[in-house]
Design a protein around this ligand. Structure first.
Ligand code: BEZ
Ligand code: FE
Length: 258
C-alpha cells in the first residue's frame, strides 16, 4: 500500500481559504489579467528570495493578532526575516548583572536596557533564556547586508534569580525594509513608505511557558503610528531616558503558561 501524505490540517485550512476567497473574489471583482499579473509578481517574489520578507511585512502581524489579541500576558510581535540561529552566549560583566552585545568601537548611542520576566501571576521567571537582536547604526542587521561581523548585536543570556536582566547595547534606529525587489514594487503600488520604527527584538524561552517572541519600541519615534509591518503594540512601547552620554530604558514581560 502506498504511504499517504494526506495532511488533514492542510485540507481543512485550504477549504476555509477557498470558502473565504470566493466571497473576496466577488467583492474585489478580480479579472483574469489581474490574476495573471498577480501570478507573475508572486513568481518574481519567490525567485527573488523575498517571500519571507513580504510575508513578515504584510501577513505576520495579522496571524499574531488573530492568535493573541485579548489574551493575557505580553503581546507577541513580529519575528521578522532577520533572526538567525546560533547567537553567542553573553556572559555577565564581572561584578555586574549586565551583558554586552557591542564591539568596543560600536557606532551609535549606548543603551542600557533592563527587563523583568514574570509569569501571569507576577512571579519572577529566573533562568529564562533571553535572545536579543537588532539593527546597527548603518540601519542593517548583521549577516544581512551589514559590514559588521557575524552575530554583531545578537546574543543570548539568562535572567537572574529575580527574573531580571540588563543589557548594554546601542539604541536601535528606524530602518527601511529592502525596497529594490518585488516587495518594494508592491509598496509602490500601494503608495506606502517602507519604514519600521526603531525596535529591539527579544525572544524568551522558559520551561513550562509558551515561547514569547516580541519587540520593544520607544516613545516619540516618528514611525510608531505607521510602521510598514504594523508590529507596534501599545504595551511594547517604552521610554528612552536620556542620561547624558547614554540612554536607559526598561520593560517588564509576562509569559503565558504552555
Ligand atoms: C523586523 O522587525 O526586522 C521586520 C519585521 C517584518 C518585516 C521586516 C522586518
Ligand atoms: Fe527588526
Amino acid at each position: 500500500m502506498n504511504e499517504t501524505k494526506k495532511n488533514e490540517r492542510v485540507e481543512e485550512v485550504f477549504g476555509l481559504f477557498l470558502k473565504h476567497m470566493k466571497t473576496f473574489l466577488k467583492e474585489a471583482n478580480l479579472n483574469h489579467e489581474e490574476y495573471t499579473n498577480f501570478v507573475n509578481w508572486a513568481d518574481r517574489l519567490g525567485r527573488s528570495g523575498e517571500l519571507p520578507l513580504y510575508a513578515d511585512v504584510f501577513l505576520e502581524t495579522h496571524v499574531l493578532q488573530a492568535m493573541y489579541t485579548d489574551k493575557p500576558g505580553t503581546q507577541p510581535s513580529l519575528l521578522g526575516p532577520f533572526f538567525i540561529e546560533g547567537s553567542p552566549y553573553l556572559e555577565n560583566t564581572p561584578g555586574k548583572p549586565i551583558v554586552n552585545t557591542m564591539r568596543a568601537d560600536e557606532p551609535g548611542e549606548t543603551l542600557y536596557f533592563s527587563g523583568r520576566v514574570q509569569n501571569l501571576k507576577g512571579q519572577p521567571l529566573a533562568n529564562t533564556k533571553v535572545e536579543l537582536w537588532h539593527n546597527d547604526n548603518s540601519r542593517k542587521y548583521s549577516s544581512f547586508d551589514s559590514d559588521a561581523p557575524p552575530y554583531n548585536l545578537r546574543g543570548h543570556f539568562y535572567t537572574d534569580k529575580n527574573g531580571d536582566f540588563e543589557v548594554k547595547t546601542i539604541a536601535p534606529i528606524p530602518y527601511s525594509i529592502p525596497t529594490e525587489g518585488p516587495t518594494g514594487e508592491f509598496l509602490e503600488y500601494m503608495d506606502q513608505h517602507s519604514m519600521r520604527p526603531a525596535h529591539l527584538h527579544l525572544m524568551f524561552e522558559a520551561e513550562g511557558y509558551e515561547t514569547l517572541i516580541t519587540q520593544v519600541f520607544f516613545e516619540g519615534d516618528p514611525w510608531l503610528e505607521n510602521d510598514v509591518a504594523e508590529g507596534v503594540r501599545e504595551e511594547l512601547v517604552t521610554t528612552l531616558h536620556d542620561k547624558g552620554g547614554h540612554k536607559e530604558a526598561e520593560l517588564a514581560f509576562e509569559m503565558r503558561p504552555e
